[in-house]
Design a protein around this ligand. Sequence first.
Ligand code: DAH
Length: 351
Amino acid sequence: MLERLQQLESQAQQELEGIASARDLESWRVRCLGKKSQLNELLRGLAALPLEQRKAVGAHANELKARLERSLEHKRQLLALERRERLLRVEETAVALGDITLPGRPLPLGRLHPITQTLDEIREIFTSMGFQMVEGPEVEWDRYNFGALNIPPEHPARDSMSSSWIDFETDTGQRPMLLRTHTTAVTARVIETMKPPIRVIEPGRVYRYEASDATHVPMFHQVDGLAVDKGITMADLKGTLYEFSRRFFGEDRRVRFRCDYFPFVEPGVEIAIECSVCRGDGCRLCGDSGWIEILGAGMTHPEVLRRGGIDPEVYTSFAFGMGVDRLAMLRYAIDDVRLFYGSDLRFLRQF
Ligand code: DAH
């Protein structure tokens, strides 16, 4: 009998050790110390024993019961302590991180500036037609911005492009550097450095010394283009720029070609699209004409090719130049170009 008791105790103690939760502890209590436990059954059986034996075993059994109850209480306190420590750690993390039960904060996502988006789209259209992208410097020599493009010092075209000159004294007293007024300066460089066949587009910033208003800012963006090859004609120019307009503005927009003058092309053309507001009837946006000019172009002047070292008797060429800000304004129906440069997030978040 005593042996049986000892066995019960060591088994119970062993099980107790492995317990890690309050729920398991409770079921251990029911199993080992409850009414239906083996211990209780054993105690009930004592009644059948002779008195002497009953006393001895009874005392043993009661001590055993008391020991198991103490162990139970000890284990209960241990588990409570562990639980408190765990909660404390969670709480410390929560304090450090803010409320960890809240959903995570979304990271703010940036986006591309509408001018960048427009530039990317123009680039995509022309590169898909086989044009390659090149860039040139924003601080430019007079020679590339004007001279090589058939715009000599006394030419009136200089006045129409108010220049920001860089003070730069030379022996002859001239100041030959400026912030480029158009990306056509890159065309002059390309003609001088690349060999035909050439198909390039030249995106970049340009500068005009002008006060800002709804349609003018002192720094804006252009994309010039150039194709030089044997047998290039006005039809290539028209086909290329029709395709551009169709893809940028949509199939149904009418396009108009008209004569215009630029010193570096002959003949020169101005290309306009049907006004997006009145569709040709005339309104405030298009100055009652029904048309909005989007780019200048023409067959590259033979003199410009010759100066760059390309024989105009062998090669012909077309060139074009467009204002990116203007295209973006038409595309997104924006009536003030200054909005692009105000860094107002309420405006920029719309794109
Ligand atoms: N550079 C001209 C401007 O800024 C635009 C232009 C017109 C560019 C005709 C060209 C061209 O390449 O062929 O007003």
